[in-house]
Design a protein around this ligand. Structure first.
Ligand SMILES: C[S@@+](CC[C@H](N)C(=O)[O-])C[C@H]1O[C@@H](n2cnc3c(N)ncnc32)[C@H](O)[C@@H]1O
Length: 260
């Protein structure tokens, strides 16, 4: 997604973002913080910091975090959480000199970028010790993961039937774009942090979409959205979806260090 679009869309999503996304698994955050310490990182830039969902606990663990984001709306939520160093800027052209930070971090950002390798190269430019990304390297069989998208798929189908231009939902399930990135731009290290079996009601996604915390429905009129949600609620009922959630930390180290 280009920078102006990210700014526009996440500004609109920001009021509902925290209420519709789970906080990160505390164990994952603890292990990210541990990994940063092991790499000697005390001064971190989080690219795509959003509402500070990750920056806030990292800051509390003693890391000096600077957060950068395209969206003022997301940044103002982060500011309200007491994160002092926040900058509006573009992941593709970071407003910092080479090697300004110990490290850079992406959390749940790479999948919204059109050119993740370009953003990683730019993040690597401003980092002395390396660039980290919290990624989902595998999540289970593709047919199971497709099930996780089924509520969303129904809403989008009903909206398309009414003539709205809504993209089709990925066939490969959530996380596929990140896995593609790991294959085409392999990290120097990929360490599993947490590995859990998670069960979620499918209707949870419908709550998120009905609150317009999903960028694909931002411009759909309220009546049309309500109708699509109603159809989807009737179809998914109280079905749940169980999947394997693996969170891993990918690390790209500066070239000189990688070859040592
Ligand atoms: C899905 S949110 C993740 C936010 C946060 N890292 C988290 O895990 O809660 C993606 C964030 O990336 C930001 N973003 C998207 N494209 C960007 C770009 N080109 N430059 C800077 N930020 C961008 C959005 O504004 C949004 O806040």
């Amino acid at each position: 997604m280009p920078f102006p679009q990210a700014a526009r869309e996440f500004d609109r999503i920001s009021p509902e973002y925290d209420a519709t996304r789970d906080p990160l698994d505390p164990e994952t955050v603890r292990k990210v913080s541990e990994a940063l310490r092991e790499h000697g990182v005390s001064d971190l830039l989080e690219v795509g910091v959003g509402t500070g969902r990750v920056a806030a606990p990292l800051l509390a663990s003693g890391v000096r975090v600077t957060g950068l984001d395209a969206s003022q709306g997301m940044l103002s939520r982060a500011r309200a959480k007491g994160i002092p160093r926040l900058v509006r800027g573009n992941a593709y052209r970071l407003p910092f000199a080479d090697r300004s930070f110990d490290a850079t971090l992406f959390v749940h950002v790479l999948h919204v970028l059109d050119e993740p390798p370009v953003a990683i190269a730019e993040a690597s430019r401003v980092a002395r010790r390396g660039t980290f990304a919290l990624v989902r390297p595998r999540e289970g069989p593709p047919d199971r993961m497709r099930e996780g998208f089924s509520a969303r798929r129904i809403v989008y189908r009903v909206l398309r039937e009414q003539g709205y231009n809504i993209p089709s939902v990925g066939r490969r399930g959530p996380g596929a774009k990140e896995r593609e990135l790991l294959a085409t731009y392999p990290p120097d290290q990929l360490v599993t942090l947490t590995d859990r079996t998670v069960t979620e009601p499918l209707a949870r996604t419908l709550d998120m979409i009905s609150r317009r915390a999903s960028r694909h429905v931002l411009d759909v009129p309220p009546e049309a959205l309500a109708r699509a949600i109603e159809v989807a609620r009737a179809e998914v009922g109280d079905r749940t979806f169980t999947y394997h959630r693996v969170e891993a930390l990918a690390t790209w180290v500066p070239r000189a260090e990688a070859s040592v």
